[in-house]
Design a protein. Structure first.
Length: 369
């Protein structure tokens, strides 16, 4: 197999030939077709999540099951799958239907090794000299031609589903959509504002259009993205480089908004998002800020029944959320393919640079086979 290996903290991605374990009990080997690149991959390389290196990142993979281990009945070879969120399956939140908030989330996403099974704690990848390479980033490490994962985390998609598009449903796209559909849950006539319309925010815009909210405001600093937000369902846009976003949102709403979704992870914007909502309003925190970041809020106006709530991965179960979004996409009601630009795995560095400059909303890397 081949993979984009990060050799050390903050090191450059380099394509290497590696060996991967055969699937053991409960595991499945997936031939990866294409993998979305997420901001989290880049900040993890630079130390924001404690992933050990050398290691393989990538957590938005889609592909085809090629082999399964003993006792696996969730999938069979030939199944087309999205590599879903890792979770232990046994803790209180997992049993309660919220595996995104698995009590073992830290080791599940960035432990660098298997979470479950007889080989728990062991990485699945090796260099030709036999030295270990850390795997199982978000349970998958899918910036690679093959990924070994826990079979129960896989989400089987229909035969006709476009695998080269579906990887980002494992993280970014579901995160934005789930924040609206699971967490904000706008009611009829509600006013909703989305701060930051990259891949996550634009997914929130598309999801908001599927709800009875009637005012959907997109705030960003890139005019191109605001135009795209409008095409995808925003009723209003605010260019934050030109206007005071909070005042402009209040002007558009004729008062405060009911829901604010903060997708930037910029601390000043967190405050703005919280200030746009009023009595009984909800501010949903979605964007990842640097480790250790803190924010402050106005105390009195928070007492007014405001909810400040964080979300991970869109909440809920992968198979329900991803399965639903695949179907909505097929019906033309969730056109997330509009966000995607395709790259070869060997063009990973250009994909990162293009998305930093705001030229590409969601890069998807195609694996060499
Ligand atoms: Zn759990
Ligand atoms: Zn992600």
């Amino acid at each position: 197999m081949r993979a984009a290996v990060v050799p050390e903290l903050s090191g450059p991605f380099g394509i290497e030939e590696l060996e991967i374990d055969d699937p053991g009990p409960g595991e499945a080997l997936v031939k990866v077709i294409a993998t979305g690149l997420c901001h989290t991959d880049v900040i993890t390389r630079d130390g924001d999540l404690p992933m050990p290196f050398p290691g393989v990142l990538g957590h938005e993979g889609a592909g085809e099951v090629v082999a399964v281990g003993d006792g696996v009945d969730a999938v069979v070879p030939g199944d087309r799958v999205v590599l879903g969120w890792p979770s232990c399956g046994g803790c209180r939140n997992c049993r309660d239907g919220e595996p995104r908030y698995c009590a073992r989330i830290g080791e599940a996403v960035a432990g660098g090794a298997r979470l479950l099974g007889p080989r728990a704690g062991q990485p699945a990848l090796r260099r030709p000299d036999g030295s270990a390479v850390h795997s199982h980033f978000f349970g998958q490490s899918s910036l690679a031609t093959h990924a070994l994962t826990w079979a129960d985390w896989l989400v089987v998609v229909p035969e006709a589903a476009p695998l080269e598009l579906l990887g980002p449903l494992a993280c970014g796209i579901s995160t934005g959509a789930g924040a609206v559909l699971h967490t904000a849950r706008p009611g009829i006539g509600d006013k909703l504002v989305i701060f930051g319309v990259g891949a996550v925010g634009l997914s929130a815009v598309m999801a908001a259009r599927l709800t009875p909210a009637t005012t959907i405001i997109a705030v960003d600093r890139y005019p191109d993205r605001l135009r795209l937000a409008e095409e995808l369902g925003a009723t209003h846009t605010v260019d934050a480089t030109e206007r005071d976003a909070v005042a402009e949102v209040h002007r558009i709403c004729g008062g405060t908004a009911d829901h604010a979704l903060e997708c930037t992870g910029v601390i000043d914007v967190v405050r703005q998002a919280a200030d746009t909502v009023g009595l009984r309003g909800t501010c949903v925190l979605i964007g990842g800020a640097p480790a250790g970041a803190e924010f402050s809020l106005d105390h009195l106006s928070t007492l007014w029944g405001k909810r400040i709530v964080g979300t991970l991965g869109g909440s809920g179960r992968s198979e329900v959320l991803i399965g639903g979004l695949v179907e909505l996409h097929a019906q033309g009601r969730f056109p997330f393919d509009r966000l995607i630009r395709h790259y070869a795995l060997s063009d990973l560095d250009s994909a990162i640079a293009d998305s930093r400059r705001g030229e590409t909303v969601k890069p998807v890397l195609h694996m060499p086979h």
